[in-house]
Write a protein that binds this ligand. Structure first.
Ligand SMILES: [Zn+2]
Length: 93
């Protein structure tokens, strides 16, 4: 279980470095509870009434998502949610 506080402080740090992502980070924090690892870098991100698939490399540096926002080239909230969970998990071990 990842502490919500850890996720929250990571999101705050990232938003300071990337102000353009602040709104998406805010939404991503809410999605972190719905991130489920399927193994092999595949994550399911469950939102309210929707579900998207995120693929991330083993270092968590790169990712893709099948949502519309990501297809338009944005760093979507699903990828950010996965990145937050990934970072919080790797730092807590
Ligand atoms: Zn997405």
């Amino acid at each position: 279980m990842i502490p919500a506080q850890r996720i929250r402080s990571l999101a705050t740090q990232w938003a300071e470095r990337h102000p353009e992502l602040a709104t998406r980070l805010e939404k991503a924090v809410a999605l972190t509870g719905g991130v489920k690892s399927q193994g092999e870098g595949v994550y399911v991100v469950e939102g309210v009434g929707d579900e998207y698939i995120v693929w991330a490399d083993p270092q968590g540096k790169r990712s893709t998502c099948n949502c519309e926002d990501s297809r338009r080239g944005h760093h979507c909230k699903h990828r950010l949610a996965v990145a937050l969970v990934f970072k919080a998990e790797t730092e807590s071990t």
